[in-house]
Design a protein around this ligand. Structure first.
Ligand code: PMT
Length: 402
């Protein structure tokens, strides 16, 4: 995802340095080239060897290294950066940059670079809320520097409050978003995700295996490309993606109502959820009890739920609607029928019996069937990569419309 990108990670002296090693590891996993600059303060906390090993690059620290080949280090680092991330960023380093002080390699590289600069502050609450620090931060924000807000919690000093560096997972997501082309800027995209649950009584329900991973990956990709995203989600164990409006629902009828609330004003609707087609006719008010002496059977009558995709497919005007098809056999035939019946612009078919495809897994194996009859088959890939392909298709449809 970050292949071909160079991230300069500035590590300054705070206890959250240990989390910065995790940031490097996550950036590397996404394919980025990471060059670490440590301040002297950071080196008091962690040996540079840690960052050298994680980044697979020598760690930079001094402005005055012996020159082996002529290459002014602060200028070459400043020029090769796609992004400069400072994590953890101390009040001291932020203060220096806000006031034009360049007295070490990191502050000098920042001064010399045209790349986007992002800070992940980490400090004691009293320092974070100090008006001097706040005004330095405001000054930099006004100049286009970005800040990843620290979390609230118990800090290393034992105090409670704001100042905990954001979690590495979140920082890397932020970087990924910052580097993406904003080709979906201005698009309002509604995405449905996860299963629905249909109650039988107060303690039991029927559901399916959907984890929400596919839909949540779509939401993150759309957000990172500039779209305004509403994620209508059945119950999942996933963390709500930042910067996305998440609407929680339980049943198919609730999902239908929420899609209805957002449909008229949206540009794109993506139906990646697995809503239940049927629900018990009646949800019992009290728990159904086993009764002695009665026959060993329990009959529950099910009634049809609305088909959300079909209903809004019939109503669509300018909207792009993307459907999914979860099949166990006759993938092309069944998916093609759904494409037409539900009036989708294209359908993403997955054979949920295949290993690494469909429910729960981090990967999927999809075939996209277009209205024209064109079929694109894809190999196994992460759900993030599937989300990228789907957003590329949507982006092309939008470009061709205008
Ligand atoms: O959530 P994950 O664990 O990551 O798994 C991903 C997934 C397998 C759920 C996803 O890739 C997927 O295939 N989603 C569609 C599941 C499904 O309900 O497929 P379907 O073939 O039954 O329905 C066809 C389309 O109609 C789907 O877009 C579905 O959202 C929609 N539908 C179905 C029933 C219903 N009552 N209303 C609907 O809108």
């Amino acid at each position: 995802m970050l292949k071909g990108k160079t991230i300069i990670l500035g590590v300054t002296g705070g206890i959250a340095v240990y989390k910065a090693a995790d940031v490097v590891s996550r950036l590397k996993k996404q394919g980025a080239n990471v060059e670490v600059i440590m301040t002297d303060g950071a080196m008091e906390f962690v040996n540079p060897l840690t960052f050298q090993t994680m980044s697979n690059n020598p760690v930079h620290n001094s402005m005055f290294n012996k020159i082996e080949k002529f290459n002014v280090e602060h200028i070459s680092l400043a020029q090769k950066a796609d992004i400069i991330l400072v994590a953890p960023a101390t009040a001291n380093t932020i203060g220096k940059i806000a006031n034009g002080i360049a007295d070490n390699l990191l502050t000098t590289v920042i001064m010399a670079s045209n790349a986007k600069i992002i800070f992940a502050p980490a400090m004691n609450t009293a320092m974070y809320t100090n008006p001097i620090f706040q005004s330095n931060m405001k000054k930099l924000e006004d100049l286009g520097y970005e800040f990843i807000s620290p979390g609230v919690g118990i800090l290393a000093c034992g105090d409670y409050g704001a100042g905990k560096m954001a979690e590495p997972e979140y920082i890397v997501e932020y970087i990924r978003g910052a580097l993406m082309e904003k080709d979906l800027l201005g698009q309002r995209i509604v995405i449905t995700a996860g299963p629905t649950i249909e109650p039988i009584d107060p303690v039991r329900y029927i559901t399916n295996h959907s984890s929400g991973k596919m839909g949540y990956s779509l939401a993150r990709e759309a957000r990172d490309r500039g779209a305004e995203v509403v994620l209508i989600s059945g119950p999942t164990h996933l963390s709500p993606p930042d910067g996305v409006k998440v609407v929680d629902i339980n049943t198919t009828v609730e999902m239908f109502d929420e899609v209805g609330r957002y449909f008229n004003d949206c540009d794109v609707l993506i139906k990646s959820a697995a809503p239940s087609d049927y629900r018990p006719e009646k949800s019992m008010e009290n728990k159904i009890k086993k009764k002695d002496g009665e026959i060993d059977e329990l009959n529950i009558k099910f009634v049809r739920n609305p088909d959300i995709a079909e209903y809004f497919g019939a109503k669509k005007e300018e909207q792009i609607i993307v459907g999914f098809a979860a099949e166990t056999d006759n993938l092309y035939e069944y998916a093609s029928k759904k494409l037409k019946k539900k009036n989708f612009n294209f359908i993403v078919a997955n054979d949920v019996t295949k290993r690494g495809a469909g429910f729960k897994s981090d990967t999927n194996i999809v075939t996209i069937i277009h209205q024209s009859g064109k079929i694109d088959e894809y190999p196994i890939m992460s759900k993030e990569s599937v989300a990228k392909i789907i957003m590329d298709e949507i982006s092309n449809i939008i470009k061709n419309k205008s």
